[in-house]
Design a binder for this molecule. Structure first.
Ligand SMILES: [Zn+2]
Length: 194
């Protein structure tokens, strides 16, 4: 700290939160994840061509299969982050893999019990998860790739919607909370951290 100039020190004090690049290697063609208060934006950004977008789609209507018929009766309990197929999906924070495999609506998914006690849900991944249940992951570790799997019973079912990551955050009491404010914060931090 003593080696820092006065302005650098002031900048840290004003920011009130730590933003730094992780030391871990990024996949070639993608930027190193930027850590903000121990968390990273869950979709890797590329340094060549990257389309990432998301809106506050919390509790928007979603189709559900009810007695063999599709009905718009579901509520969206997460944030959809649209990106190119195959884009690395990154763990927002450290934790342990709690679920990995197929679900009807979310397709290939990984669920992580975060160090904050919440359950972090990453859905519609392109391939069967390569991370085993019980494995420790750190913020910024690649846990899958953006895909469009799901909305079908047969593992691997895809192409029912555009490629995106579904991120859900479930509190220990089972309730889901809106990830959008956090996701927005992490994305802004990532852009500033370049
Ligand atoms: Zn979603």
């Amino acid at each position: 700290m003593l080696a820092l100039g006065r302005h650098a020190l002031l900048a840290i004090l004003v920011a009130g939160a730590s933003t730094s690049s992780l030391a871990g290697p990024a996949r070639p063609g993608y930027l190193a994840p930027v850590e903000h208060d121990g968390q990273v934006f869950p979709v890797a950004r590329s340094n060549w061509y990257s389309v990432i977008n998301f809106t506050n789609d919390w509790h928007e209507p979603r189709m559900r299969l009810v007695d063999g018929r599709w009905k718009q009766v579901g509520l969206h309990e997460g944030t959809d982050i649209f990106a190119e197929p195959g884009t690395p999906v990154l763990a927002v924070l450290g934790g342990h893999i709690e679920q990995a495999g197929w679900t009807f609506y979310s397709g290939w998914r990984v669920g992580i019990r975060g160090d904050d006690g919440n359950y972090w849900f990453y859905g519609h991944l392109q391939r069967p998860p390569a991370v085993a249940v019980g494995t420790r992951v750190e913020a910024g570790d690649e846990i899958g790739e953006v895909g469009n799997t799901g909305y079908g019973a047969k593992p691997g079912h895809k192409d029912e919607f555009t490629y995106h990551l579904h991120l859900g955050i479930q509190a220990p009491d089972g309730s889901w909370t809106n990830p959008y404010p956090l996701v927005s914060r992490l994305y802004r931090a990532a852009l500033k951290g370049d």
